[in-house]
Write a protein that binds this ligand. Sequence first.
Ligand code: 5GP
Length: 124
Amino acid sequence: MSYSYDDQNIFAKILRGEIPCKKVLETEHSLAFHDIHPQAEVHVLVIPKGPYVTYDHFAAHASEAEIVDFMRAVGDTAKTLGLAPAQAEGGSRILSNAGPDAHQEVPHLHIHIFGGEFLGRMIS
Ligand code: 5GP
């Protein structure tokens, strides 16, 4: 897939404040907010603020500060929601769809965090 970033995608608009979101956590380089169509009792998205399309695009081009911030934001978001396995007996699942085969709908890197209920073996 192409790595040319479309700054008209919905998450770019959320980052610019043009579209509202239900924020969970914000750091210097990352934003976490509730998914508009939750597929689990708790369904949150964590995105980097930089213009990255997929996880491999991010890993290849983001600064170390952005990468550390994003990884911490994913963990801290789960913790904030009470889904970190050390806190919740139930645990959680993280997932990132990349490209057409995975049906990536929004071309801005996002990690889904699912939890708050029994998830079974797979959710997508
Ligand atoms: P993907 O299929 O790209 O992995 O997931 C995109 C996710 O973004 C979907 O779960 C979808 O519900 C969510 N989404 C799409 N538009 C919006 C929006 O405007 N606001 C929020 N909060 N989530 C959105």
